[in-house]
Design a binder for this molecule. Sequence first.
Ligand SMILES: [Zn+2]
Ligand SMILES: [Zn+2]
Length: 358
Amino acid sequence: MATKNKRDYYDVLGTNKSASQSEIKKAFYKLAKTHHPDRGGDAEKFKKINEAYMVLSNPDKRAKYDRFGFSGMDFGEGFSGGGFSSFTDIFDMFFGGGGDIFGGGRSGRRRRVVHGEDIEVKVKLSFKEGVFGIKKEIEYTRSEPCHQCDGLGALSRNDIRSCPTCGGSGQETRTVRSILGLMRQSVTCSQCNGTGEIIRKACPVCRGKKVVIKKNKTTVNIPAGVDSNMHLKVQGHGHIPTKDAIPGDLYLRIMVKKDRRFERDHYDIHSMVKCSFMQVIKGCELTIDTIDGPTKVKIAPGTEAESQLRLKNKGIPTLESRGQRRGDHFITVKVKIPKYSSLTKAQKNLIDELIKIS
Ligand SMILES: [Zn+2]
Ligand SMILES: [Zn+2]
């Protein structure tokens, strides 16, 4: 979890939070050309640039990063920026596959690393579970390589032949016009959909699809302080499209139920307490609900209506401190004024008496 001393992704790309997607792309393009190891750049630096770009260029990942930073995303196994492991993969993605943008030398076939898609599941929590965290078993479905044929699509290798259109490469080459002039670009073969092979006799379980949809379970420690619409990443629990693919990630979208007693404001709790006007005049002790259970609070004599009491450190544990620090609990004093017409004769007499002597 060595994410503490990482440089901000926006800093790495020399841009800022308000940058548009195209500004981010431009910034990355410029840096990538300077620092690419193929052009004598520093590999470590290049890796950091890539990582920053992989996150900030993906609107979903960028939103998560903006919200959580590194720490919120760091979920046990660290935030890897989506698991892109090699430079070529990133360049394939960025430049549309196989394009030789640096003017020659790097052409030829490369084995592409396949990345599985991410999965999002909603996780419903009670108010208290969101506040204090909980260990939860998460059920979800994902595609995995077929167990019958081991992801082959056929029961025997003899039932598979090479695709005649692309000769087994899965790619067709064509020339396209780009900002850097004409360049050769590989596109996915239309006959075999990029697999490079034609299955003659399909596996009966996956029907030649190579993958099956499977129900999965995983137990996750949901940290204290989570709130609705936060995403927690469980690395490697997403779809697995092929046997040697890097699995996608599982994102848990948190939905926290409301509690009618408590209003949440970031890590603070707001609630109210009702008092009679006699109680606020004289002062009193009342029992109120907190997230830790009932507790007694003193209402000082002469407390005004709508004034706030503050219970320090009785709010919600913060995600950033991993539950070590907590917000506060604010209580608004509501004063009930009875209707004069609803008063008893004795009460009315007492009020007349009060008015006379005050
Ligand atoms: Zn083909
Ligand atoms: Zn199969």
